[in-house]
Design a protein around this ligand. Structure first.
Ligand SMILES: Nc1ncnc2c1ncn2[C@@H]1O[C@H](COP(=O)(O)OP(=O)(O)OP(=O)(O)O)[C@@H](O)[C@H]1O
Ligand SMILES: [Mg+2]
Length: 419
């Protein structure tokens, strides 16, 4: 689940009894657009899925859980479904815990024999505390209301004593992060076309979140949160850090800075002011990772190449330079014009001035045009330069998983905000 060095974040209100069943939900956290730390989330969400189904007032934890239409699993059911959380069923590890493969009956949703029924992914929080619970609840809250082909489906949850679990549809191809950066026989390098398909799917997911139907800022867009189904359809997961967007004439939501280093927008890091354009910046970082095959932050690289954006940005405007930063494993699968356009799009998403960044709707249109237009075709010129030789490609460096650095900063004081 999207966390934020969750364990390291001091609970904003440690005395708050977060495990009481009717604890007031505080998913918006600090400065909710609804004005109160106790206030919550759903007032701007009335158009998310069905206006009639969403109460206009803040909801308590009990209300969120009972109105969610999600299955409430017992811990024992999930223990059975995952074969007692067997280590060899682990699909991945995140900051808050492990994700296990399991099986349930597709009709009754009861635990099923391994290999029968429907496959699920069970995320088990391995730490206690306010932050973990808060993000667990935010995930239930958002994913129970939001439904879109490019968002992962939440099937149910478990809240039992100290246990917090989430049950998702199983995404058989795992995360985009694994496909881009993990090297094994299972993870063959993604082709250019698949990279573009995934980028478009993820962009559609974000565009939906930003739309008037949802008005949500995702806040943790990164390759590990883009999951892929068997056909490489991309779905966003992890809504633990999501927030309702600004309401009325407000331009932003003020928050404590949370997210993941390397992906968070600079103005958000500096001010704590969160807008949909913060997500657009993170999308630009992911687009760069897709283009270059490099991680947003990679400490194993030489000085100057450690931060992907800083390293890649000067190369994005020039045709010749773009080729030099593209993932060498792509070889000649892309058209030069297409690659240039994607690089230009990434460059705009990464603009320092938020107003120069496109909206996610505009990103979707640009990616759709690229995939259906003539630039989608491979250009033989990318295979050879004018002297008949392959253009020099950067040698692929082996990577080591340094892990993404999560951030959780106290919000800067007003005096430190730029004027
Ligand atoms: N629904 C799912 N289907 C299949 N695999 C999944 C699913 N959800 C998560 N995973 C796998 O588990 C891994 C861990 O996911 P998790 O969301 O806990 O952490 P993360 O996104 O990698 O990191 P962070 O904690 O920083 O958000 C994912 O990268 C993915 O490989
Ligand atoms: Mg995740």
């Amino acid at each position: 689940m999207g966390n934020c060095w969750g364990a390291k974040v001091k609970a904003e209100n440690p005395s708050h009894d977060v495990f009481a069943s009717d604890t007031v939900f505080e998913c918006l956290g600090e400065d909710s657009p609804h004005g109160s730390r106790k206030g919550n989330v759903l007032s701007s969400s009335s158009s998310r899925v069905s206006a009639s189904s969403v109460p206009p007032t803040p909801r308590s934890e009990g209300e969120i859980l009972t109105s969610s239409n999600l299955k409430s699993f017992t811990f024992n059911e999930l223990r059975t479904a995952t074969r007692n959380f067997r280590p060899d069923s682990v699909l991945g590890e995140g900051g808050f815990g492990s994700v296990f493969k399991g099986w349930i009956n597709e009709h009754t949703l009861a635990a099923a024999k391994p290999g029968t029924g429907m496959v699920i992914a069970v995320k088990k929080l391995n730490q206690e505390g306010f932050q973990g619970h808060k993000e667990w609840l935010a995930e239930v809250n958002y994913l129970s209301q939001l439904s879109h082909p490019n968002l992962v489906k939440l099937i149910g949850y478990c809240l039992e004593d100290e246990q917090r679990l989430l049950v998702y549809e199983f995404m058989s191809r795992g995360s985009l992060e694994n496909h881009l950066f993990r090297r094994s026989s299972y993870y063959q390098p993604l082709s250019w076309n698949l990279r573009m398909k995934v980028a478009l799917g993820a962009a559609k997911g974000l565009a939906f979140l930003h739309s008037s139907k949802a008005k949500v800022i995702y806040r943790d867009f990164k390759t590990s949160n883009v999951l892929l189904d068997s056909n490489y359809n991309a779905k966003l997961s992890d809504f633990g850090l999501a927030k309702d967007g600004p309401t009325g004439d407000k331009s932003h939501v003020s928050t404590r800075v949370m997210g993941t280093y390397g992906y968070a927008a600079p103005e958000y890091l500096a001010t704590g002011h969160l807008t949909a354009k913060s997500d657009v910046y993170s999308f630009g970082v992911v687009l760069l990772e897709i283009l270059t095959g490099r991680r947003a932050i990679d400490k194993n690289r030489p000085t100057g190449e450690y931060k992907l954006v800083e390293w890649a940005k000067p190369h994005l405007a020039s045709k010749r330079k773009i080729i030099s930063i593209l993932d060498s494993r792509l070889r000649a699968q892309y058209s030069l014009a297409g690659a240039q356009k994607i690089a230009g799009l990434a460059d705009r998403c990464l603009s320092l001035e938020t107003k120069h960044r496109p909206t996610m709707d505009q990103v979707v249109v640009a990616l759709e045009q690229l995939q259906h237009g003539k630039d989608a075709e491979r250009n033989p010129k990318t295979e050879q330069n004018s002297s008949g030789q392959r253009p020099a490609m950067p040698r692929w460096r082996s990577w080591e998983d340094v892990g993404n650095r999560k951030i959780a900063h106290p919000r800067p004081s007003a005096s430190s905000l730029p004027t």
